[in-house]
Design a protein around this ligand. Structure first.
Ligand SMILES: O=C(O)CCC(=O)C(=O)O
Ligand SMILES: [Fe+2]
Length: 330
């Protein structure tokens, strides 16, 4: 049995990142179990410097401490970058339960920091925009970009394990993840002392991602719905990233891997911040079930899609604010 924190497996990346073949195969076996039975796992010895993580949490707090009008200057746009105000989204897409109340959080979203003269930025290509950085917040952009670069490197080291976990050659995901699409969500959850019935910091949902990297959080509040339907509080495990699969992973694996519902409520008595790095394949890569997850008895459950098509539809259903903007533009 591999180690677990409550019901969530812990995968030690130390020796696999050092390239030991047996360690890679063992981690791949543990990863398969995690992805198919739980949908969440912790990673330890991931190589991300604690100072970098601490500083990125600090940057999240710095951003959210800005006056509201400063934050509204970088209000979220159709590319899903920028500031999402408190109660700015309702997770209507949730298959977990009917969600009617908007989320009690505010968030700042960052994507790959494309230069203003990048052809996709110039063309205003959906989800390939320049980021919306706040003015007069020295060092913020550099720190956040450094964090995203580190997360991207970690994903590059994880995808060979995903390939092995799925019985594929280790290089299988290298090309689809050559330039991954990603979003860093820097979320602020105010303390919620009295919990209204269906009001959450973030309501029960599954992520859209292939994988999400949740930075080690000292403040608890996240719960995960187990397959038998009860909610498990995610333990606070110092220095461990918590990783989960989302809807894109289900599509890539024909539902062999789980997208496990989760939710967060901050009852810590203080502020809670979260750093969620949602990562997907290169924007144009066709998203279809990998060969080891289909067969005569297991036909593909989903039509082939693309990041853009999928996210356009998802956003329409999720973001109140964008919908209001779109209506105003009609
Ligand atoms: O706040 C957390 O710990 C998790 C956040 C989350 O699930 C999300 O942003 O999708
Ligand atoms: Fe999530």
């Amino acid at each position: 049995m591999s180690p677990r924190a409550d019901d969530i497996p812990i995968i030690d990346l130390g020796s696999c990142l050092a390239g030991q073949p047996e360690a890679i195969e063992r981690a791949a076996r543990e990863l398969r179990a995690a992805l198919t039975e739980v949908g969440f796992y912790f990673i330890v010895n991931h190589g991300v410097a604690p100072d970098l993580i601490r500083n990125t949490f600090h940057q999240a707090a710095r951003f959210h401490a800005l006056p509201p009008d400063r934050k509204m200057e970088v209000r979220i746009d159709k590319h899903n970058v920028g500031y999402l105000p408190m109660r700015g989204d309702t997770l209507r897409t949730s298959t977990v339960q009917a969600v009617t109340k908007p989320n009690l959080n505010e968030a700042f979203f960052v994507a790959r920091d494309l230069p203003a003269d990048h052809p996709d930025v110039v063309a205003d290509r959906r989800f390939r925009s320049a980021n919306r950085w706040p003015s007069d917040l020295p060092g913020f952009r550099e720190a956040v970009v450094a964090y995203c670069d580190t997360m991207e490197r970690l994903v590059r080291r994880l995808v060979p394990l995903y390939a092995r976990a799925l019985g594929l050659p280790p290089t299988y995901f290298d090309a689809p993840f050559a330039e991954p699409q990603y979003k860093l969500r820097m979320t602020h959850y105010p303390n919620q002392p009295a919990l209204a019935d269906d009001e959450f910091g973030i309501a029960p949902h599954t992520d859209t991602s292939f994988l999400t990297l949740l930075a080690p959080n000292e403040v608890s509040g996240l719960s995960i719905r187990s397959r038998d339907g009860h909610w498990i509080e995610a333990p606070v495990l110092p220095d461990a990233y918590l990783v989960n699969g989302g809807q894109m992973l289900q599509r890539w694996t024909n539902d062999v891997c789980l997208a496990t519902p989760h939710r967060a409520v901050n009852r810590s008595g203080g502020e809670r911040y979260a750093l969620a790095f949602f990562c997907d394949n290169t924007i144009d890569w066709p998203i279809a079930a990998v060969p080891t997850t289909v067969g005569p008895d297991r036909p593909p459950k989903y039509p082939t899609t693309s990041y853009t098509d999928y996210m356009v539809e998802y956003q329409k259903r999720t973001y109140d604010l964008l919908n209001a903007d779109a209506k105003a533009a009609d």
